[in-house]
Ligand binder design. Structure first.
Ligand code: FEO
Ligand code: CA
Ligand code: CA
Ligand code: CA
Length: 640
């Protein structure tokens, strides 16, 4: 979600006060060659294996390449912007599931003119973002099956609901607010690969909707039952009624789904009572942003009535997709911020490491290291693994080294003197703790993805037009960074638990032919191969990086998905694979374990400044008069 556009102020007081970042303000160009020289032991030695999406066909001899020259053998699509999606010739993109599609045997048919809470609770939600895939055993006919875990980040109210735009927000009745809440959250849906492609299994016993307001959840970890989480509805501080603004996420090695709560500030109205102790805390998180108007009808979202309620969002939520009756848990040990995602990896010593971005201008990159090792034999033994561990925030230093700073009560400035009585306080105010530790303010950290094969971690920094020339640093080297960049972190010897690591910039995004942009791509990048505003990424089963964008329309062309070479002579080239319809961002790239299918989220198609239900920029994917555009998940495969 474009957090930046609707919320122009940074909430980081270190920046607002004009403070310089930790790093020196001069731009230091590391010697890329020297840096990479130190990496060759762990750098990709990629071959084009049996991948439908870029290699030779199954059974063919794979061809050894020069060190790290990654090749993607699809025919690149062209830059452009129109009402529909595009894939390279030789590939098919099926609409797998759309907003409003049925999930259960009793789901009502999609009727955009008669939307309701009751209908939406039984249908696929709006603005699909993260996509997780949990493989199931093949069915009796030998067909591949799996559970798709989908986040529904938010709703584009005026595009989704008929007849509300003109009088908005007065047009928002309580029922319409409940409909919006039911369109948020997430979906678990079983899918099966038929001869005609992947299809949802309506009525599968696994299918589930999770929503903003209608799904009981529990808090766990150090901040659970903190008085700062207590409200009139929940005097225990242990239970929540749902989850908000679930952006990206992760699947754990034991098959649970992590949903990242991102822009929770959008949902609050009003101000806390005079002198309320949470006022300053809320300011740091941009609360209230007053984008949604549920607080007109429901006290939960009105700060004068429930001043602690915002503290109950901004967490990582863990869901067991195999059990639709299970209670999701908000894992407070992972900190509270505008969580973009929660991609994770098992470190060599068996502990789990979760990488997380805080998507706001001048906010930070984090990782969580569990205290216990993952039990690979017995998934249920990991049930509480995420309640105990160390959260770290990143400081990127000018010499290409970096330090992961522990966010632990009693360490350094995280003491009662600074207002942190307990670790619960530290976690509820993770951002302020990270400010005090001297973390590096970044250009909007989105997806952060570790690659277990190489020890590399890819950090998508989407953009930051607010960075001033005196605020640039080595890791955020462009003032007025309109198009973002990608940082590679290298964990030493693949030890993801390390607190001392190295980093390097892979690309500075934007148009390489416009000197005013200051982009930096491999010169071999084609006219279609560059992009702006990286957001989500994925690493395919042969270790190659794929990057989806949210904001490439600012360059004059559609958002999409690009294959990225990360090593060898082609390091820093992109290659365009998918183009979204106008108005949409692309999220959730997710490969099946065999690499033969790719799932993509097309979020907010047809959106734009003046776009409404009555007048969208496209009616993708149905293209029927009167039917609004429908956020949808695509399944992409090679033909044949
Ligand atoms: Fe929801 Fe940071 O994108
Ligand atoms: Ca985004
Ligand atoms: Ca995102
Ligand atoms: Ca990802």
């Amino acid at each position: 979600m474009e957090t930046g556009e609707s919320e122009d102020n940074t909430s980081n007081p270190r920046i607002a006060a004009g403070a310089r970042t930790m790093n020196e303000i001069i731009e230091i160009r590391l010697s890329r060659r020297a840096f990479l020289g130190g990496l060759t032991a762990t750098t990709l030695t990629a071959t084009t294996m049996s991948l439908g999406l870029g290699g030779c066909a199954k059974g063919e001899q794979s061809v050894p390449r020069q060190t790290g020259t990654l090749e993607f053998d699809f025919e690149e699509i062209r830059r452009g912007l129109d009402t529909t999606h595009h894939v390279p010739s030789g590939y098919t993109a099926d609409i797998l599931i759309r907003w409003g599609d049925p999930l259960f045997d009793d789901s009502p048919a999609f009727d955009p003119l008669r939307q309701s809470e009751a209908a939406q609770l039984r249908q696929f939600g709006y603005n699909n973002d993260y996509l997780g895939f949990v493989a199931l055993p093949a069915d009796a006919a030998g067909r591949a099956r799996g559970l798709l875990c989908v986040n529904h980040e938010y709703v584009s109210t005026e595009l989704m609901l008929p007849n509300v735009a003109e009088q908005y927000p007065d047009s928002m009745t309580a029922e319409l607010c409940l409909t919006e809440m039911a369109a948020h959250g997430g979906t678990v849906v079983e899918i099966v690969e038929t001869a005609d492609g992947w299809r949802p299994v309506t009525g599968s016993r696994y299918n589930r909707r999770i929503t903003a307001h209608q799904t009981p959840m529990e808090f766990s970890g150090p901040a659970a039952d903190s008085p700062r989480l207590m409200t009139n509805e929940d005097p225990t501080g242990r239970t929540a009624a749902g989850t908000l603004n679930n952006c990206a996420g992760g699947i754990t090695p034991w098959g649970t789904w992590l949903m990242a709560e991102e822009n929770f500030n959008y949902y609050f109205l009003g101000t806390p009572p005079d002198g309320h102790p949470e006022a300053k805390n809320h300011e740091r998180y941009g609360v209230p942003a007053e984008l949604f108007h549920w607080g007109r009808h429901f006290d939960r979202y009105e700060l004068s009535k429930e001043p602690n309620e915002p503290n109950r969002y901004g967490w990582i939520v863990e869901v067991d997709p195999m059990d639709p009756t299970s209670t999701p848990r908000k894992r407070t040990a992972l900190g509270r911020f505008k969580h973009e995602g929660a991609e994770n990896v098992i470190a060599p010593d068996g502990r789990l490491v979760i990488y997380m971005g805080d998507d706001q201008r001048f906010d930070y990159v984090y990782k969580f290291v569990s205290s216990a090792s993952v039990n690979a034999e017995n998934p249920s033994a990991n049930a509480d693994l995420l309640d105990d561990g160390t959260l770290y925030v990143a400081r990127f230093d000018v010499d290409g080294s970096m330090e992961w700073l522990p966010i632990v009560h009693g360490h350094g400035p995280l003491t009662a003197e600074n207002g942190f009585a307990t670790q619960a306080d530290v976690l509820i105010e993770t951002r302020r703790a990270a400010d005090l530790l001297g973390a590096t303010p970044m250009d909007r950290p989105e997806d952060v993805e570790p690659d277990p094969r190489t020890g590399s971690v890819w950090v998508m920094l989407t953009n930051n037009h607010k960075r001033k020339p005196e605020q640039v640093d080595a890791a955020n080297p462009r003032a007025e960074n309109l198009f973002g960049h990608i940082v590679q972190i290298v964990e030493p010897d693949g030890d993801f638990t390390s607190t001392r690591s190295r980093w390097e910039i892979l690309v500075k995004c934007g148009n390489p032919d416009d000197p005013s942009v200051g982009a930096d791509w491999n010169p071999l990048t084609s006219e279609n191969g560059w992009f702006g505003s990286p957001d989500n990424c994925a690493i395919d089963p042969s270790g190659r990086l794929w990057v989806a964008t949210d904001g490439n329309e600012d360059t004059g062309a559609a958002d999409g998905l690009w294959a990225m070479s990360v090593a060898g002579d082609l390091r820093g080239t992109g290659k365009a694979f998918f183009r979204a319809p106008v108005g949409a961002e692309v999220c959730g790239p997710r490969f099946t374990p065999d690499g033969e299918s790719l799932f993509l989220s097309v979020q907010h198609p047809g959106d734009g400044d003046d776009a409404t239900f009555e007048s969208p920029r496209t009616r993708w994917p149905d293209f029927e008069d009167g039917v609004p555009p429908r956020p949808s998940v695509l399944a992409i495969r090679k033909e044949g």
